[in-house]
Design a protein around this ligand. Structure first.
Ligand SMILES: Nc1nc2c(ncn2[C@@H]2O[C@H](COP(=O)(O)OP(=O)(O)OP(=O)(O)O)[C@@H](O)[C@H]2O)c(=O)[nH]1
Ligand SMILES: [Mg+2]
Length: 292
């Protein structure tokens, strides 16, 4: 069988995680309309009768503003050296800009085997899509696929193209396994996702979620204790909301999704805690699991 690893890279918010979920066929990575949603290298596995493609979703590459940003960018660059092929995602809806160009140059420098996906074609006019394809063709990468991660348009062809670049290899993950994410991480991410869409402006970036405890009772019910971490005292009130409204709404949404995922009842207890400037503090980042 053909098998191997594929890093999915690009600017924040271009649809990398949506695309990974679409290719895998289930949600392994959270998505949101906010840039810098993804903060870990998340593996999603696509297994077919004659292939296994292991996708590595990565945080959007951006100009780092703090220690967290530095670590996220480093994580992406580290991933590049460990994969067989790179899927570079750009948007059909926005001009290919400086951010994309910088990433392209890095990929050329790294001599990576690169496939380009021009995403969100469902939202762009035909001439615009053509223009983006022409623009992307100026890079020395061999294949370019117009796709929509949202509707799935062009995605089977893209998967086929990626698989065709892999060599004969072993099956890395057992059939049926779609991600190697620890359960605690998946739970923390689902909780974070619910807050991302509802919180405004800078707050989403200031938010982290850490699962403190997760246990299952004999009757199947899963008890989960999680901390919702913010950077400043003033943010705590916003996350809790008027009369606890925000915390309750996001908590309920997360609980319902977790119950669907686990097929069990979930008792989710959220606590909002302030860890001052956690994005800038190396020790706290270590504890939150962001590798240095
Ligand atoms: N219309 C349209 N929207 C899309 C498509 N793919 C992704 N989106 C939307 O674009 C936004 C960003 O998607 P994500 O998958 O979170 O983007 P990302 O590249 O993983 O972002 P980061 O993790 O922040 O780097 C979300 O609101 C998605 O619903 C697409 O094909 N068409
Ligand atoms: Mg993402």
């Amino acid at each position: 069988m053909r098998s191997g690893f594929c890093a999915v890279v690009g600017r924040p918010n271009v649809g990398k995680s949506t695309l990974v979920n679409r290719m895998v066929g289930t949600k392994v990575a959270i998505t949101s309309s906010r840039p810098q949603t993804t903060r870990n290298a998340i593996r999603g596995v696509v297994t077919g009768p004659d292939h296994q493609l292991v996708l590595v979703d990565t945080p959007g590459l951006h100009k780092p503003r703090n220690e967290l940003g530095n670590r996220l960018n480093k994580l992406v660059h580290g991933t590049l050296s460990e994969v067989d092929v790179v899927l570079f995602v750009v948007e059909a809806t926005e001009e290919i800009g400086k951010g994309d160009q910088t990433i392209a140059e890095r990929l050329i420098e790294a001599e990576a085997d690169v496939v380009v996906a021009v995403n969100k074609v469902d939202k762009a006019s035909k001439p615009k899509v053509v223009q983006q394809l022409v623009r992307a063709a100026e890079w020395p990468f061999e294949d370019i696929y117009p796709i929509s991660a949202l509707t799935g348009d062009g995605v089977p062809e893209l998967v086929e193209g990626l698989v065709s670049r892999l060599e004969e290899g072993p099956m890395y993950y057992p059939e049926g396994m779609v991600t190697d994410q620890p359960e605690e991480q998946l739970v923390a991410e689902i909780v974070r996702e619910k807050f991302l869409e509802r919180l405004r402006e800078e707050l989403p970036h200031s938010l982290a979620v850490r699962v403190e405890e997760m246990t299952q009772r004999e009757d199947g019910l899963i008890d989960i204790d999680a901390d919702v971490i913010v950077e400043r005292k003033s943010q705590k009130g916003i996350v809790i909301g008027k009369g606890g409204e925000m915390l309750r709404t996001c908590g309920t949404e997360a609980r319902l999704e977790l119950e669907t995922i686990f097929g069990e009842q979930v008792n989710l207890r959220l606590q909002v805690v302030v860890e001052k400037d956690w994005q800038r503090r190396p020790q706290l980042l270590d504890r939150l699991g962001f590798e240095s």
